[in-house]
Design a protein around this ligand. Structure first.
Ligand code: GRF
Length: 226
């Protein structure tokens, strides 16, 4: 069996995406293992998922470093020492310096709760509601120095309901995130994702045979259709 890709998840808080990745990595044949969890916040709730799964975790507090670059260098050193193949940002609430991002280009991914390039930055659900879109969702993308801007790997579309508020919409998108992030990591681990400039190409996905569900895994029928 080919060696499994070693994934590090970087978190700052709740860690529900981390939990979904840990769960997925338990699936037989899944091509990645969560080898390390790093939090920049001591006591981040998500650290409990690492502990429960017996996964190594580290707290590297950004406040202990004089500036972003020094903090990023400390993380970089740990990630290289642990021979990490892929970094998954999973609710990591720190901007990364261009030097860090450039050093991990193509091996650093993020999940953002909107259908990029719409609604970058903070409060994407509020932005979506204010814009009045009927379809919202989430995106897994490679990280580039520009925030929420890198090549898109996978997206899940989620309907916006008439009575949605930010909380309801965020919850529906989060459920889709928990399917989408493990899917994107599986595609990368399986060697199915290649980078071509601003685009990614996904191989081994045959439209129409069920494999292409990744474009819309978060769709839920209206309650009266269930
Ligand atoms: C998610 O909505 C993710 O898309 C965003 O931050 C949130 C993290 O949630 N980047 P969790 O910590 O994974 O529960």
């Amino acid at each position: 069996m080919a060696a499994r890709m070693r994934v590090a998840a970087l978190i700052s808080g709740r860690g529900s995406n981390l939990e979904a990745l840990i769960e997925a990595a338990r699936t037989p044949g899944y091509p990645a293992e969560i080898a390390l969890v790093v939090s920049n916040v001591a006591g981040a709730a998500g650290l409990k998922h690492a502990a429960a799964a017996g996964i190594d975790s580290l707290v590297i507090e950004h406040g202990a470093y004089p500036d972003r670059e020094t903090f990023d260098r400390a993380m970089d050193a740990v990630l290289r020492e642990r021979k990490i193949d892929l970094i998954c940002l999973a609710g990591f609430m720190r901007l990364l310096s261009p030097a860090f991002v450039t050093g991990w280009l193509g091996r650093l991914i993020n999940i953002h709760p909107s259908l990029l390039p719409a609604f970058k930055g903070l409060h994407p659900h509020r932005q979506a509601l204010e814009a009045g879109v009927k379809l919202h969702g989430c995106t897994v993308h490679f990280v580039t120095p520009e925030v929420d801007d890198g090549p898109i790997i996978a997206q899940a579309a989620v309907p916006v309901r008439e009575d949605d508020d930010e909380t309801a919409l965020a919850a529906r998108v989060l459920e889709a995130e928990h399917t989408l992030y493990p899917l994107a990591v599986r595609l990368i681990g399986g060697g199915q994702v290649s980078l071509q400039g601003q685009r990614t190409r996904i191989s081994g996905i045959a439209a129409g045979n069920g494999d292409d569900v990744f474009i819309n895994p978060g769709f839920h029928p209206a309650p009266d259709e269930e």
